[in-house]
Structure formats: C-alpha cells, structure tokens
Design a protein around this ligand. Structure first.
Ligand code: GKR
Ligand code: MG
Length: 447
C-alpha cells in the first residue's frame, strides 16, 4: 500500500512587526519596532508548516515570487523546491557581489536567504508527516535533546529622550521585565542586566553587544561580568569596530575575563576583515567567532586558509538549514566550532534555532538569541522556553510549535501601521546625537 504524500495547496507570506527596546549597537539604536516575514504553507492533509525570516520589502518580494515554485508540489520534494527557488527565484543582488554582513544594515538583505523560511516550513510539514521532530530528519539527525542558549546583553539608551513609542512597563513582574526597558550604559547596569536575565532564564553563557562605548569601558563590563559569574563563558561582540592594534591591546589587558571574542576587528589599511582577524589571532591566541567575515562558503574558504576564525556563527537564515548543518559537520570534522548568530525574532526562529542546534554535531557553542527581549510576543501556541539556560526539544513533530492565526494577524496589523519596513538604526540615534551617521570604525556613542 502506498501512502499519499501531501501536496502544498497554499503559501501565504505575512510581513509582521513586534516591539523592541532602544538597544544600542555599532549600527545605532534599535527602533521601537522590528519587522520579520512569516511563511505559512498549507498541505492537502490540512497541516500547516511555518517559517520565519528577516523583515524588509525586498525579502517579502522574494518570498512572494517563490509561490508558483512551491504550490502544487509534494512536501517530499522539498530539496527540489529549494533548488528551483535558488535557480529561478528572484533575489535582490548586491552590485559588488559581496555577501559580507557589514552592519550598515542596508546590506543585510544580501546576506539573508529568504528561501530559508520556506525550507523551515517544508521541514515542519515533513516532520509532521513522518511524525518526527525536525532535528531527527535534518543533517545527520539528533545529536542532543537540549540546546544551550546564551544570554545576549545590550547597552540600552534612554527612550525618554525620544518621542518614539518604545514599549515600557509591559512586564514589571520580575527584574528582567523591568531592566530590559531601562537605560543601561554602565558597568553596574550590565551586571544587573545579566543577573536579571540569569534569574529568569538560568544562562551559563553571556554575550555583550559592544561597539557602543570605548573598547576599554566595554572590556571593564566584561571583567565585572566575569567576576560576578566566574564559571560563565563570556563573549564580547563589537562588530569589527576596533582597530587591530586596539583589539590586541584590549585582549592583552583584559582577555582573561573572556572565553572568546566575536568580530573584534574588521577591514583596515587595505587588508580584508579575514586578514585582520588572522593577524589578531596570531598576536593574541584568543578564539574568535564571526557572523561578519564568513557568511557564505566562498568567504569561508579564505577564512579557513588564513585561520581567521574558530567559531562560525552559521545562522540558518544566512546559510539555509541544510547549509548551516553542512557547516556544522565540516567544523566538527576539522576541530572548529559551530554556533548561530541572531537578529530580533519571534518564537518560530527560536524553535528553528533549537531544532538546528540539536542536529549540529560536535561541541557547539551556546546559541545566540534576541528572544529574551521579545519573549512575551509569541506568534505560536506551545512556544519553546529557555530554562536553566537551555531549550529542551519537545516531543511534538516538525518545529514543535503551532501558529496562532489571531496573534499572527495582530502582528501583521501592527506591520501595516509602519511607514517603513526596512531596519534603519540611525533613525532613533538622531534623538541622542543629532546628525549621527553609521561609522564602521567608531563606537556609536563615541562621537
Ligand atoms: O541586534 O543589533 C543587533 C545585533 O547587533 C545584530 O544586528 C547583529 O547582526 O547580533 C548580531 C551580531 O552578532 O553581530
Ligand atoms: Mg556578531
């Protein structure tokens, strides 16, 4: 007896928005809203499969253009569907041909692969069809039942200095609910933020987003975090803002407080970021992670040759689910480390990170997530939770979560009220420093 494989009967793309705090990075200040795109596939067995990807008009346009390549296909043809999309689908290209994540944000759409949302939705359906969680059917299958997540700490600007509608007083039940909306620009403030995040989520690893204050001040925060949490793995990510010499000097002065550094320096004096990071590693022996200099296989090759990186943050939204796990296998075989980068996201991405990380072989690093800044804005029922610093893979098939169409409609409605859909962190900065402009070599508040 043959079992009928379900066919896709419908594909909907919902651009959505959520609320955010005034988080600071080298790119500027997060706006009160972040945007994402949600894909919902329906098959003729009545199941729904879901995927989430970055926001922005160009990504919505790509996804819409893929509908004819998806509808009518069997869910078992998911690899062929993705091949068709890559060969025939529309994708905005960068004239320079570079996919580097340069952190000027306008560039992000060239690094993001919109079809990863369709890959996720197809694998969600496929998992439901074969009655297995996604991590059991991707890559080499399940490697672990729980995945460690890191506590992603940010400096935060005072939203009172703006007339923008930043979310506040939405969740005053515990310290985390309060501190995540308050100005945080000091060493003590960062330690309090980490304590509050640890109390709610149990983190054993932390990452501080840098590129905001001087390197020295940010490293002092790292030292204080290390003192407060001596057993925690601690990482700082200035997104390449420091010069090579500054990165070396700061590492020599404060490096014992760090487990690794993420993108400490970038292109300089005619050398690429890959070359500079290699020089940095030679000088310091500090392990280095990146989501900036190895964002595709072509960039990975010279990064490997020059030993520029130890930990590749292979975000499934940049590499695809299959590509991210291919990277995990390669890194594991060659004694390097896999992790994932993140941007602001909803619970669909959280579930995807958990499933992909559960299938990544070897000794992976704790996974980035912005979700602790958004964790009461779920779009799904049965959303996964971070407890004791980790996410347990649920027994439910596919992604393990189910879209709540009312919540999805509300997030889509919020999106329709926004005048602009692309991320631009220089907008809110104008309230703090009039005329502020992105400078890849100048921390945001050092002007
Ligand atoms: O949310 O502003 C942010 C982050 O700075 C994000 O845009 C980065 O891409 O988290 C990312 C990173 O690790 O570089
Ligand atoms: Mg990074």
């Amino acid at each position: 007896m043959t079992v009928a494989v379900p066919k896709i009967t419908d594909m909907k793309v919902y651009p959505v928005a959520g609320y955010d705090s005034m988080l600071l990075t080298l790119s500027g200040a997060h706006y009160p809203y972040f945007t994402r795109n949600i894909v919902v596939l329906t098959d003729d067995s009545g199941q729904m499969g879901i995927g989430e990807i970055h926001g922005g008009d160009s990504i919505t346009k790509s996804l819409e253009s893929y509908r004819p390549l998806v509808i009518g296909q069997k869910i078992s043809a998911y690899r062929q569907i993705l091949n068709d999309i890559r060969q025939k689908g529309w994708r905005e290209k960068n004239d320079s041909g570079q996919g580097l994540q340069q952190l000027n944000l306008a560039n992000l759409k060239y690094v993001v692969h919109a079809e990863a949302a369709i890959e996720c939705a197809l694998l969600d359906l496929y998992g439901k069809f074969v009655d297995l969680p996604m991590c059991d059917i991707i890559g080499d299958g399940r490697q672990r039942d729980a995945v460690e997540m890191l506590g992603y700490l940010f400096y935060i600007a005072d939203y009172h200095k703006t007339d923008l509608p930043y979310i506040h007083d939405d969740d005053n039940d515990d310290a985390w609910g309060k501190v995540r909306r308050q100005e945080t620009l000091t060493v003590d403030g960062i330690v309090k933020q980490a304590e509050a995040a640890q109390a709610r989520y149990g983190f054993k690893s932390f990452k501080l987003k840098g590129g905001v204050l001087s390197g020295d001040e940010e490293m002092q925060a790292v030292v204080a975090l290390h003192k407060r949490f001596p057993d925690a793995r601690i990482n700082l990510d200035p997104n390449g803002a420091w010069s090579l010499q500054e990165a070396i000097d700061l590492t020599k002065k404060y490096g014992t407080a760090l487990t690794y550094l993420e993108d400490p320096c970038g292109p300089e004096a005619g050398f690429s970021g890959r070359e500079i990071m290699s020089f940095y590693k030679n000088a310091t022996n500090m392990p280095v992670a990146t989501n900036m200099i190895a964002t595709d296989w072509k960039q990975f090759y010279p990064s490997l040759m020059m030993k520029s990186v130890d930990i590749v943050l292979a975000d499934p939204h940049f590499w695809g689910i299959n590509g991210s796990l291919r990277m995990a296998s390669v890194l594991n075989d060659w004694g390097l480390t896999w992790g994932s980068h993140s941007n602001n996201h909803f619970d669909i991405t959280l579930a995807l990170y958990a499933q992909v990380s559960a299938a990544a072989p070897g000794n992976i690093t704790a996974i980035d997530t912005h979700f602790i800044w958004q964790d009461d804005q779920q779009l799904c029922d049965d959303a996964l939770n971070i407890r004791n610093g980790e996410i347990k893979i649920p027994k439910r098939p596919g992604l393990g979560i189910n879209i709540n169409l009312e919540k999805l409609a509300a997030a889509n409605q919020l999106y329709t009220t926004l005048k602009r859909h692309d991320r631009d962190d220089s907008r809110a900065m104008q309230y703090l420093i009039p005329g502020w402009q992105f400078d890849p070599k100048q921390p945001t508040l050092v002007r």
